[in-house]
Design a protein around this ligand. Sequence first.
Ligand code: SF4
Length: 335
Amino acid sequence: MINHLITQKNWQTQLSEAITSVDELLSILQLESMRAGVYVPKHFVLRVPRGFVAKMAIGDCSDPLLKQVLPDQQEQINVTGYVADPLSENTQNPVKGMLHKYQSRVLLTITGACAIHCRYCFRQHFDYSANMPTADAKEHIINYIKANPEVNEVILSGGDPLNVTNRRLFAWLDTLESLPQITTVRLHTRLPLVIPARLDTALLDRLSQSRCRIVMVIHCNHANEIDELTAEYLQRVRVAGVTLLNQAVLLKGINDTIDAQVQLSQRLFASGVLPYYLHVLDKVAGAAHFDSNEGAAIDLYWALLASLPGYLVPKLVRELPNKPFKVPMDIYNHS
Ligand code: SF4
């Protein structure tokens, strides 16, 4: 019932009412006894919408959704090899607000804001304030794309591109559609999982009318993130003619079991979403405790291949700085 009341509110209200207090979160989940072990960061603070919290189990300190958002004391430990910018994105930033890492596509950081703060996020230290595309920067971005005719796809990311108003998002779509070289616009978003109501009729209508092919890559790490309501909204995205894919991050203690991965793929497929990538963790400072070792990741992947039809097995990849593509993990030479 509580979940029902929360998710009936409009998406902007749900966004503004997100929980930012550790005490409140622990109290809702009846986990006050965990308080001493929780860290309260000054930067990249706790943020989690109430509808996402409603998908967590009461009284379970190991809940896989809770572990993705609750700051842990281990974030303060400096671990060699885990750095602020693990993908060296600061060197692939030719124009303010844009990253150009791969040949035919560019990524625009149209907002630095997210509805939820995922503790393992590789962009948690990214300097969004220096990278907001202002009106001037927008013109530079357009000129850059025109000067690079091999670019045919634009990824709207962030932050979360669905965190901005429809008005702002549609203005970006209008601009991109006016460039004949752009055939595909991709949205990288976690909002459909954390506030499904963001997928409102106006948004879906606009996406369905686009001149470009629209791909929505959601970010779901665990089957529990997709309840009935979320699945219903995702099906609406499919009906709007949008290609729906998922990228997940392999997270120790959260989704690093064969059962968790099989259930995730099956739940996604039942909701109209195909698994796309399973990323091994980007080695960002503060997130080492989420990292599975590579051998365990590959063992898990072999088990996944044996358990699911090929179309439900995401590609196991690692993103490496300055590589022209996401690098598939070498599963054959592993002993
Ligand atoms: S929603 Fe995506 S960009 Fe935002 S904190 Fe989570 S992983 Fe990072």
